[in-house]
Design a protein around this ligand. Structure first.
Ligand code: ASP
Ligand code: MG
Length: 443
């Protein structure tokens, strides 16, 4: 079977809902994981925010506004009055439930229950819509199988056993619908897998069932997979057809992929391919992320803005040991990840993204050596084949950057990527020049 996950915009309007039907109704057995309609989770978070601050009237107002919005969607979505009546009824049930919570005390659990409504409604609407069209589907509530343990990690044993029990009830249905994002916690209460977590639901389900059962996990959005460069700044970009999990991990950090890489880790663990597809162009095969990606010289170029470069110089580093440890400790003490690092005999340059504790970190570093800071820097990352025995890629990259000050280079840390630090003002030029040099056949 396959797992198809659709995000909030893919169920963002009646038209988008209807557009899912031909995609999922192709006769193949699949689990369809849905997000809430776009914007809904934010509004539910806002509602529980008002509730927690004691503004029950405000919370109720917003709830009624959202209820109306859903009634409008349901009014347009169904052509048959009997089915739309059922949709209106289920919408009212869900919103009545939210309102009923306002007469109780606010608690984290109540917040989680409110925030879960978006996925509960979107899945119920799709289920009804398919039924109206005479297409059989089964709705399997995620709260019957999706569970996290005391550390907030997926409880795979529980998930597998309970999901198998639910799936054993499938007869001739080919479309099994479930909610993304929501789960139960170790106490059995309604909880969620954190914001954006519907992708995570899809890969957790895949990993729980295993590669023997799940051939592919498809993440459907509004763009055709991953481009080999940033289409906002560079013409003639093309979709990258295949990526390894490692390459995807590098690109996800650079924001070139629209989810946290963390979310596809369960698929990588169980070696299940993940395909990124576009609901607006369903015939496009998208980008396949798997362990069997083809090795080509260059796959993609991506940039990350707003990073901070810190250089620490020490007269005493020459032949010294323990210098690096002291530097790393300064970052560790403030739980700040270091994203990139290069060293010489007497100095260390590194990059961080999170400036929350920058002042404290700089104070600690000042006790170790002489420190310089540069903000508003950009890391450019070239993803491709950089295995140690490969020749020729350094000149191709640096020739492209001939007129651009290169401030830091990280080569050799990864077989999949090279990272280069430039001033933010040189970013677009760097992306364009690299595109010309590294993908000349696509110009
Ligand atoms: N609806 C949830 C959110 O907005 C989960 C998701 O869309 O992935 O965060
Ligand atoms: Mg998402």
């Amino acid at each position: 079977m396959k797992i198809y996950k659709f995000g909030g915009t893919s169920v963002g309007s009646p038209d988008r809902f209807r557009a899912l039907i031909p995609i999922i109704n192709d006769g193949e057995l699949k689990i369809v994981v849905l997000s809430a309609m776009a914007g809904t989770t934010n509004e539910l978070v806002e509602i529980s925010g008002l509730f927690s601050s004691g503004d029950r009237a405000g919370a109720e107002n917003l709830t009624q506004r959202l209820r109306l919005k859903y009634h409008t969607v349901a009014g347009e979505l169904f052509s048959d009055i009997n089915w739309s009546a059922r949709a209106h009824e289920l919408i009212d049930e869900q919103f009545d439930f939210i309102v009923s919570l306002f007469s109780r005390d606010f608690s984290m659990h109540n917040e989680k229950r409110i925030v879960a409504r978006g996925e509960l409604i979107s899945t119920a609407l799709l289920h009804l819509l398919l039924a109206e069209k005479g297409i059989k589907s089964m709705l399997v509530p995620a709260l019957r199988f999706m569970r996290i343990d005391k550390d907030g990690e997926p409880d795979y044993f529980y998930i597998r056993e309970n999901l198998k029990r639910e799936l054993a009830a499938v007869t001739d249905e080919k479309i099994i619908i479930t909610q993304g994002f929501i789960c139960r916690n170790v106490n059995g209460e309604t909880d969620n897998l954190r914001r954006g977590g519907s992708d995570y639901s899809a890969t957790i389900i895949g990993a729980a069932l295993g590669s023997g059962e799940v051939q592919e996990i498809q993440i459907w959005t509004d763009i055709s997979g991953l481009h080999n460069n940033d289409p906002r700044y560079v013409d003639n970009t093309v979709v990258v057809r295949s990526l390894s999990f490692n390459e995807a991990a590098e690109l996800a950090y650079f924001g070139a992929i629209f989810f946290f890489f963390f979310f596809i880790n369960p698929a990588r663990m169980k070696n299940i391919p993940v395909r990124l597809r576009n609901t607006m162009e369903p015939e496009d095969e998208g980008t396949l992320i798997s362990s069997a990606s083809s090795l080509v010289d260059y796959k993609a170029v991506a940039a990350k803005d707003g990073v901070i470069a810190i250089r620490i110089r020490s007269g005493r580093m020459l032949m010294a040991y323990g210098f690096m440890r002291r530097i790393f400790e300064a970052f560790e003490a403030y739980k700040t990840p270091i994203d990139l690092i290069t060293t010489s005999e007497v100095s260390v340059s590194l990059i961080i993204e999170d400036a929350t504790h920058l002042d404290d970190i700089l104070k600690a570093l000042n006790a170790i050596g002489q420190v310089e800071v540069e903000r508003d820097q950009t890391i450019i990352c070239v993803v491709g084949d950089f295995r140690p025995d490969r020749v020729g890629s350094a000149p191709e990259i640096f020739e492209a950057l001939n007129d651009i000050p290169v401030k830091m280079i990280s080569y050799g840390g990864s077989e999949n990527s090279v990272s280069i630090l430039v001033n933010a003002c040189d970013k677009v030029k760097a992306l364009r020049e690299l595109n010309k040099n590294l993908f000349p056949e696509k110009q």
